[in-house]
Design a binder for this molecule. Structure first.
Ligand SMILES: Nc1ncnc2c1ncn2[C@@H]1O[C@H](COP(=O)(O)OP(=O)(O)OP(=O)(O)O)[C@@H](O)[C@H]1O
Ligand SMILES: [Mg+2]
Length: 284
């Protein structure tokens, strides 16, 4: 088992339009470690660099200087194909604007990361995708085109897609930003359950202090610098939370059962997860 942090940033700077009159440094030296199973909120004003930071962490963009370690693997010297492969098997994204493929069904959208990794769709992929859609309360929309779903439903499909590969790390950019309070709570409950059952590491950007307080750690970014990074005593103790989960959750019932908040307790198998966390040992 790999004991390296799931993610580590060393001295990450990020500038846009480098070498042009419009050059703008957005991240000014970020050092950060996320360990396995951490459930962390990233907060900060609009324009402070949260999405930029997520893009760099998730290997969607390169830092100008500094190093990004994913599960002990240094990413700077990897070529694009290697970065894509590392990203695909380790990281799930929920984007601020949810980029589903509009002409494909919800089920097909959730299957995309599995098809990218394993090729042709098969029954196991369909079952995993169907289970995830049930988990986010969309079993009855599996065969609807993404375009025909409401904004909130599309966001829930995007969350199911992010979980499809059972990634070690999920980077979520305002995953509940356009949901009503009840749906936002349900989505948060779901992310928390995945975190507790699979020890998935989450970094969740949110503008909602109420949701941030439900995380175990809160990192605050202001003008591209971390100004605060503190553990958070959760409002609801885990034991209390478990008291409220349906029996299917505790017993591992693969069908899941529907909680009062509308999110089922189904959690996908680790079928696609076995190659996660490969990589060399981090220095230090
Ligand atoms: N591709 C880009 N090219 C140039 N500047 C950019 C680019 N993307 C972001 N920026 C700038 O970088 C800064 C940080 O943007 P970023 O999107 O990371 O902020 P944010 O914290 O996610 O904000 P929000 O809460 O509004 O989503 C902003 O000043 C923005 O204008
Ligand atoms: Mg943003």
């Amino acid at each position: 088992m790999n004991e390296s942090p799931v993610l580590r940033l060393d001295g990450v700077h990020k500038s846009y339009a480098l070498g042009t009159p419009a050059e703008l440094e957005v991240l000014h030296g970020i050092d950060l470690t996320l360990d396995r199973g951490e459930f962390t909120a990233l907060i900060g004003p609009s324009g402070s660099g949260k999405s930029t930071l997520l893009n760099v962490m998730g290997l969607l963009d390169r830092p100008t200087t500094g190093e990004v370690w994913i599960a002990g693997a240094a990413s700077a010297r990897l070529d694009e194909a290697q970065r894509t492969q590392l990203r695909g098997r380790t990281i799930g994204f929920v984007f601020q604007y949810h980029y589903l493929l509009p002409e494909f069904t919800a089920l097909e959208n959730v299957m995309m990361p599995m098809m990218a990794a394993h090729g042709r769709p098969d029954r196991a992929m369909r079952e995993t995708a169907g289970g995830l859609l049930a988990e986010v309360g969309l079993a009855d929309r599996a065969h609807h085109k993404a375009n025909d779903l409401s904004g909130g439903q599309q966001q829930r499909v995007a969350i199911a897609r992010a979980l499809a590969m059972s990634p070690a790390l999920v980077l979520a950019d305002e995953p509940s930003g356009n949901l009503d309070t009840q749906s936002a709570d349900a989505v948060f409950d779901l992310l928390r359950k995945v975190n507790e059952v699979q020890k998935t590491t989450f970094l969740i950007v949110t503008h909602d202090p109420r949701l941030a307080r439900r995380c175990d750690r809160i990192i605050e970014l202001v003008d591209g610098r971390i100004v605060n990074d503190r553990p958070n005593v959760r409002e609801m103790h885990q034991a209390d939370a478990l008291d409220q989960t349906p029996s299917g959750y505790a017993s591992g019932n693969p069908e899941g059962s529907r909680a009062a908040n509308g999110v089922t307790a189904f959690v996908p198998s680790n079928r696609t997860h076995s190659s996660n966390c490969a990589g060399s040992t981090a220095r230090k």
